[in-house]
Design a protein around this ligand. Structure first.
Ligand code: NDP
Ligand SMILES: O=C1O[C@H](COP(=O)(O)O)[C@@H](O)[C@H](O)[C@H]1O
Length: 501
């Protein structure tokens, strides 16, 4: 049984219910599977079913008759229990409802508690579940999934871990990071560790620098209140981007088990050089905020005009960090990571920039373009692109870049599972590989904390950038040499299928 706390909220309707529906449609759920929503709102099972089905994407798209009957069947598996006025209440009513549903449906006592509430409630809910006897594993396994943000700083993340560990052991805690559920993020591990052509060059001898970009084409939308207290560094960098980074940086695990993979990720995160020197922080970090502009003829509000945002806010909607990894493999290789709202294109990608050949025999027209790049495109157009030099046809030996590209969409059987689908299924199967462990989250905060502290300083500039552009104009300045951020265009495909990026 999956018990969702905060079931009246946005995430349940927009992400969790559609993911469960797809798992149901794909026959991944057991026959007697039950979802029990729980929150303070007063709703009957029927009202809850209608609400989530309406708010989820099922009814917004054209649906076939067959699909419509699936939806009805699926909706019958959804139930709702209101908790009364507060989450800090006696959960015996909830326990009775669970027992009743178990009996009625012939379920075993395997429960996942999904906490989709504000994080301030996580410990309270865990405590009440324990007091109601719902965490005992005598009649089946019990797992708890917690949403991000996991903490607000290293200190609060530690407190949260300690709080949860009073009622659940670490093997029962699943900290969700939906980027780990993305197919191409998982493919990072496979690309690195199942191909012998990449590993020999995956180090300081051949790699010049690594760049990670996460760009969104939207602003903070309806989440201004939350975002203004968080900012891009907490919202995206500490979690999703450092998770991606750990997969790039980590050493090969001895096997593919959750613990071995996560041990290596923790080691990778612990090897990030923590920035404490103000001079380093000033040149290696940059924060920006979008200002009003016009995109495709439409006026777009600046961040400070967004609902829920302080009109004098200095919260960053653009964050760019340069840093180093202190270990044998990566010594002196700069890593550049940026994330931002309201950029020209939605794209998340990792770019491995290889060094120039030791001795240049052939000339290239464009110095910046000439070096090999491996681009791991996480979204959209998931795939792997290799840029390599070829001879310009004709006289002489001039070099230009060509693409060797693989796109998931080109696979006949390409069925990319949504991140929440994959992660929910993994939690049901007890596979925590794609969930963040307590020490991973703490190691990520340990790196981010000094940057956040430095950014609280009034003297640190927040650079404005027009919504719809690639961020503050001076953001290339943190790069060494003639490099700068790679600002990819859309995938342009001509009739022959040739791609120009
Ligand atoms: N929405 C999204 O896209 C994403 C959300 N998340 C995380 O998922 C979790 C849920 O997000 P989302 O569904 O958007 O959040 P909502 O604000 O929609 O809240 C979820 C539910 O929690 C209960 N709740 C809200 N505020 C309070 C409060 N102050 N005290 C007690 N209960 C409250 C409400 O239920 P009721 O009043 O009925 O009890 C509400 O329906 C959060 O931790 C969020 O950070 C993470 C990534 C993306
Ligand atoms: O966790 C979050 O992620 C989304 C971006 O997710 P994506 O899967 O669409 O790339 C981001 O918009 C949001 O601010 C953040 O909280």
């Amino acid at each position: 049984m999956l018990i969702i706390f905060g079931a009246s909220g946005d995430l349940t309707a927009r992400k969790l219910v559609p993911a469960l529906f797809n798992l149901y449609k794909g026959k991944h759920l057991p026959e007697n599977f039950v979802v029990l929503g729980a929150s303070r709102s007063d709703m009957s099972d029927e009202v809850f079913r209608k609400k989530v089905v309406q708010e989820s994407k099922f009814l917004k798209e054209k649906i076939s008759k067959e699909e419509s009957s699936y939806i009805e069947e699926f909706a019958d598996k959804l139930y709702y229990q209101d908790l009364g006025k507060e989450y800090d209440t006696d959960y015996s009513m909830l326990a009775n409802r669970i027992a009743h549903l178990n009996e009625e449906k012939g379920c075993e006592g395997n429960y996942i508690f999904y906490l989709s509430t504000p994080p301030s409630l996580y410990e309270v809910i865990a405590k009440n579940l324990c007091e109601a006897g719902l965490t005992k594993e005598d009649n089946g396994w019990k797992r708890i999934i917690v949403e991000k943000p996991f903490g607000y700083s290293l200190e609060t993340a530690k407190e949260l871990n300690e709080g949860l560990h009073k009622y659940f052991n670490e093997q029962q805690v699943y900290r969700i990071d939906h980027y780990l559920g993305k197919e191409t993020v998982q493919n990072l591990l496979v690309t690195r560790f199942s191909n012998s052509i990449f590993e020999p060059t995956w180090n300081r001898r051949y790699i010049h620098h690594v760049e990670i970009t996460n760009a969104e084409t939207v602003g903070v939308e309806k989440r201004g209140g939350y975002y203004d207290k968080s900012g891009a560094l907490r919202d995206m960098f500490q979690s999703h981007l450092l998770q991606i980074l750990s997969l790039i940086v980590m050493e090969p695990p001895i096997n593919a088990s959750a613990e071995e993979i996560r041990d290596e990720k923790v080691k990778a995160l612990k090897s990030l050089r923590i920035m404490t020197d103000e001079k380093v922080l000033a040149t290696h970090t940059m924060k920006g905020q979008y200002v009003a502009s016009t995109i495709n003829g439409e006026k777009v509000k600046g961040y400070r005009e967004e609902e829920g945002v302080d009109p004098e806010s200095k919260t960053e909607t653009f964050a760019a960090i340069k840093f180093f990894v202190d270990n044998w493999r990566w010594k002196d290789v700069p890593f550049y990571v940026r994330t931002a709202k309201y950029m020209p294109t939605k794209v998340t990608e990792v770019v491995i920039h290889f060094k120039s050949p030791a001795h240049e025999v052939f000339k290239s027209h464009d110095a910046y373009q000439k070096d090999n790049k491996l681009i791991i495109r996480i979204q959209p157009d998931e795939g792997i692109l290799i840029k390599f030099g070829v001879k310009v046809p004709g006289l002489g030996f001039n070099v230009e870049q060509a693409n060797l590209d693989f796109y998931y969409s080109d696979l006949d059987s390409a069925q990319v599972m949504d991140a929440y689908e994959r992660l929910l299924l993994d939690a049901m199967q007890g596979d925590a590989t794609l969930y963040a462990r307590a020490d991973e989250v703490e190691a990520a905060w340990r790196f981010v904390d000094p940057i956040l502290k430095y950014w609280e300083n009034e003297d640190v500039p927040t650079y404005g950038y027009a919504a719809g552009t690639w961020g503050p104009r001076n953001s290339d300045e943190m790069f060494e040499g003639h490099f700068g951020w790679r600002n990819p265009g859309k995938r342009l495909t001509d009739e022959t299928g040739f791609c120009i990026l």
